[in-house]
Ligand binder design. Structure first.
Ligand code: NAP
Length: 292
């Protein structure tokens, strides 16, 4: 006999649609004052997954009324040529956000390229200045995936103050910034990683768990405290080749109070927060120019 699922889904598609319509409305308002938010997406090489990601990003921009430019270059592009392109985009007044799709070919130093993006246009939030601003609680662009997770928690009215959040994964683009954002909202935060000796002992103490590992079934029902909120960032393939997260969804939903599905959870939020960051960059530009 199977137990009745208790967890409510946090619907990433619905929340993303709501946020995107707000982006579209604010974009229209800016356009009526003569300023169109612009995003430049730079793709080097022909990584198939990257091609899908950049196409989706450009499509989302167009749908929300933003201007977007997709610059595609051959995998043989030199680091110097890429740095020159980023420099040109830094100085292009029609561009408010620059995204260089990762991974880059191995002959290009990705860190050097990211650091060459003007922090005022770093809408991916990967520049060290953006990471530093988040760390010390100053204004700056937040990386889109953890930012989207925070919006999902906000959407259920979840009060993080005084709660224990456990983040599984410590990458610079998800785990670490996620932990900083939760900390900023007054959660007590534990970060777990591949050298954590007893993951279950940690997750069982958590009111909120964010799984950002990239391995199926890293989080199972016996690792979750009843009533916990579970955010699944992972993107993996199951044995049938279907997209799945890091969380054993069917098991964990019997125990958790809220859970994000995969697909339809964090995924749609990531691109949405990219639109939000680009729009806000343009709004800042408009304010500096006295347009808004
Ligand atoms: P990553 O750079 O590979 O980092 C994975 C992290 O998981 C590392 O910190 C690693 O620890 C930790 N880890 C590995 N095995 C573990 C274990 N058994 N127990 C505990 N921790 C373990 O990956 P990422 O870029 O952060 O991405 C994580 C996942 O999120 C991937 O599936 C990715 O595809 C997905 N993702 C989704 C979106 C979205 O929009 N939905 C966006 C970004 C990423 P160490 O540091 O010790 O190696």
């Amino acid at each position: 006999m199977t137990a009745t699922p208790t967890a409510k889904n946090i619907d990433g598609n619905a929340l993303a649609a709501q946020l995107r319509s707000d982006v579209a409305r604010r974009t229209q308002a800016l356009k009526s004052r003569g300023l169109t938010p612009g995003l430049a997406v730079v793709l080097v090489g022909d990584n198939p997954a990257s091609q899908v990601y950049v196409r989706n990003k450009v499509k989302a921009c167009t749908e929300a009324g933003l201007h977007s430019v997709l610059e595609k270059y051959d995998a043989s592009m030199t680091e110097g040529d890429l740095l020159a392109r980023v420099d040109a985009l830094n100085n292009d007044p029609a561009i408010h956000g620059i995204l260089v799709q990762l991974p880059l070919p191995t002959h290009i130093d990705a860190n050097k390229v990211i650091e060459s993006i003007a922090p005022a246009k770093d809408v991916d939030g990967f520049h060290i200045a953006s990471a530093g601003a988040l760390m010390v609680g100053q204004p700056g662009f937040w990386p889109c995936t953890p930012y989207g997770c925070m919006k999902m928690l906000e959407s259920i009215g979840y009060e993080l103050r005084g709660k224990h959040a456990v983040v599984i994964g410590r990458s610079n683009i998800v785990g670490k910034p996620m932990a900083m954002m939760l900390l900023q909202k007054n959660a007590t935060v534990t970060i777990c990683h591949s050298a954590t000796p007893d993951l279950q002992a940690m997750t069982l103490q958590a009111d909120v768990i964010v799984a950002a590992v990239g391995k199926r079934n890293v989080l199972t029902a016996n690792m979750v405290k009843p009533g916990a909120v579970v955010i699944d960032v992972g993107m993996n393939r199951n044995d049938e080749g279907k997209l799945c997260g890091d969380v054993d969804f069917e098991g964990v939903r019997q125990v958790a109070s809220y859970i994000t599905p995969v697909p339809g959870g964090v995924g749609p939020m990531t691109i949405t927060m990219l639109l939000v960051n680009t729009l806000e960059s343009a709004e800042r530009d408009g304010a500096l120019r006295g347009l808004v």
